[in-house]
Design a protein around this ligand. Sequence first.
Ligand SMILES: C[S@@+](CC[C@H](N)C(=O)[O-])C[C@H]1O[C@@H](n2cnc3c(N)ncnc32)[C@H](O)[C@@H]1O
Length: 209
Amino acid sequence: MIIAEHVEEKKKIKELYNSMGGTIYDLRYSEEQETKYKIVLDSTKFLSTEQGGCKLDIGCGTGLLIKKIRGYVVGTDISSQLLLKAVERSNKETFLVNADAENLPFRSCIFNMLFGITILQNLSNFNKAFSEFERVSTAEGIIVISMIKKALSLQDFLKLVKENLRSYKLLSESSSDWIIMGKTSKKLLENSEDFYACTQMQGRKQIGA
Ligand SMILES: C[S@@+](CC[C@H](N)C(=O)[O-])C[C@H]1O[C@@H](n2cnc3c(N)ncnc32)[C@H](O)[C@@H]1O
């Protein structure tokens, strides 16, 4: 059962992005976001697209990053209006889902790469969000996530990251976001049914393989 928290805060955020709409969002932010994508894509080049698997872009907005990612990608966002713009950028390997990042409507252990660019500052419950990212991630899943610098000091951002990821690397101090790449931690799932399901699935090919 999904128990939604911070419903009013989320409604406000959703309305804010919906009222902006995709065209204005792109006009205002695409240039700034492009500098972050360059850092993100340069740092994840080593990941083979031949492995198959599926990637998740959390808070994908208008799909600016999705169109640069090869292979199967699911984009999810709370704003239906921004997703409408993402639809224009999608292809047959793109799937878009209108959902809350803290209550992801996906089964466990299916994404081997997760992106969340300039999303964290919008979330109400960081620990809930990270536990969802961990749940939907494969056991060796990698996450690249960022938060705008003006929302949190580097010290506090790294504290949050250390609490929630198995390992991490700070990718950038040069953009307007703190950007890190890390491994989603599976320690919280050990001995649980989810962990069992996850380890079973590692032997099989993932979605999109
Ligand atoms: C600053 S924008 C970044 C969008 C996109 N990642 C990019 O690089 O352009 C933040 C995005 O997070 C989405 N968002 C905010 N709260 C969310 C939530 N709880 N769940 C999913 N998406 C959310 C917004 O609708 C918006 O698209």
